[in-house]
Write a protein that binds this ligand. Sequence first.
Ligand SMILES: NC(=O)c1ccc[n+]([C@@H]2O[C@H](COP(=O)([O-])OP(=O)(O)OC[C@H]3O[C@@H](n4cnc5c(N)ncnc54)[C@H](OP(=O)(O)O)[C@@H]3O)[C@@H](O)[C@H]2O)c1
Length: 341
Amino acid sequence: MRAYQILPGANIDGLQCVDYPDRELGIGEVRIRVHAVSLNYRDLMVAGGNYLVTVDDPVIPCSDGAGEVLAVGPGVTRVREGDRVAGAFFPHWIEGAPTPAKIRHSLGGDIDGMLAEEVVLHEDALATIPAGLSFIEAATMPCAAVTAWNAIFVSSNQLKPGDTVLLLGTGGVSVLGLQLARAAGLRTIITSSSDDKLARARELGAHHTINYRAIPEWHDEVLHLTEGAGANVVLEVGGQGTVNRSVSAAAMGGTVAIIGGVSGFGGEVNPASLLATAKRMVGIYVGSRSMLEDVMRFADVSGVKPVIDRVFPFGQAQEAYRYMESGSHFGKVVIEVSARA
Ligand SMILES: NC(=O)c1ccc[n+]([C@@H]2O[C@H](COP(=O)([O-])OP(=O)(O)OC[C@H]3O[C@@H](n4cnc5c(N)ncnc54)[C@H](OP(=O)(O)O)[C@@H]3O)[C@@H](O)[C@H]2O)c1
């Protein structure tokens, strides 16, 4: 079978398609024919050698993939041949709160990921795909959708329908966050550098949109749109350049979910900006397999169809990475591994 591999830090040019030998399945292991893989900002970080964890040897990249079970090893009970499955970002974080052991390994980070024709995963790392989701749609869920789900529905103060969610930019996490929040009856405000992307966000049901280039003081605009109340949860993907504005835009008692750093990491947050307003900042690190099951079930039941900006064939993984790097996408970029995706 063929698989891509990359030495972290070798950049996109270092992404190579190679022949991989098959190996026998051990106890509890499952062989999966991968149909679709989606890209995340994190895959660019791995390629650039800037990701949180790194390794000295090449890895099969990408955390997010979906496919069907080809064969099961001894002792497997959770899945059967032919089942449709997605792999969990952290193979050992099944449920509950994270621990160092649960998040020690992540697909496409320090261990082999999903950008391959076939992968072998432990049965515990698999979530069954509901009937209403295609392989391509399910392939967008393990990182981006789980992260948004964790931020909005698990790690924030309990939200009520009608509460406000603020989403920054129109990348994978934010657009999925918009779709999930909208389907759950939450008020949504989303920012972007592009009016065209904001128009697409309104088509998806965004209640309010703000161009953060045209309105650099976008946090004031969030307060204005919410009659001074602010957002009950902010999906903070911007990092250094946005975090203080996100805190300002949050409601009293609201949550700033610290997710990413597309504008860089660093900077300072004044503790006083949280104190008298009882705002909370909480770090989000993707989520568990159980969150993956929950978000896929919610998408199935509510009819959420993840926005797929563009699908590249397996042979054009480098082109897919470069397109992602250009930042011109809205939602998710997918690599179709097999024609059955
Ligand atoms: N902690 C976690 O578990 C976790 C999980 C997933 C992702 N992340 C992180 O979250 C971030 C987003 O990931 P992603 O996969 O969604 O990325 P992505 O699809 O590449 O989206 C990035 C988007 O960020 C927006 N952006 C860029 N600069 C911005 C700024 N100064 N202010 C506001 N928005 C800005 C752009 O939107 P416009 O083009 O609309 O301006 C861009 O499309 C990354 O830092 C990633 O590492 C963390």
